[in-house]
Design a protein around this ligand. Sequence first.
Ligand code: ASP
Length: 179
Amino acid sequence: DVMVMRHSSSGAPHRIAQYMKASVINAGDGINEHPSQALIDMFTILEKKKQIEGLKISFIGDILHSRVARSNMWGLTKLGAKVTVCAPKTLLPREVEKLGVRATTSLEEAVRDADVVNLLRIQTERQDQSFFPSIREYATAYQINNDVLKLAKEDVLIMHPGPVNRGIEITSDVVDGPY
Ligand code: ASP
C-alpha cells in the first residue's frame, strides 16, 4: 500500500518513520531535502554522461532555500563529483563547504569547464526577508545565457528541477537550446 502525505515542516519524514513499520520515501520536505529529485538528477547525469566521478557539477541559484541542492550535494559528493554551489553570498548556506562542495559568488567560476550546470529558481515563497536588491539585479549577475555558457565544456548538460522562470535564472534560448 502506498500512502501519500503532504507536509511542510523540515524533518517530518524522520518523525513519521518512527511511528510506522512501512518504509518512508521522502519526496521533498520544506527547505530541507528532496532525495527523490536528487536520485532522478543523478540517474539523468549517469544516463547522459555515463559517469559522475570527476565531473564538475555546478548548482546556481537559491542554494539557501533549495532542498534539491542539499540532497544533490549529499549524493553527488558521495559519488565523487566535484560539486560547486554558486549564489549571491546571502543565498549561500553558512559553512556549506563542510559538505565537501566548493562555494562561490562568481558565476564565471561556477560555469568555467563545467560538465553539468543545474539551475535553481529563487524560492520567493520560502524567503522571509529580502536577500538581494531586485530580481533584475539578480538576473544580471547570475542568469545563464548562451554567452556565459561558452565558458562551460562544449557538451555541457543543463538541468533544472522546475518550475523554470524564463528570463530570470535562465534565458529562453538556453531552455529551448541543445543542452
Ligand atoms: N521542484 C523543486 C522542488 O520541489 C524545485 C523548486 O520548486 O524550485 O523543490
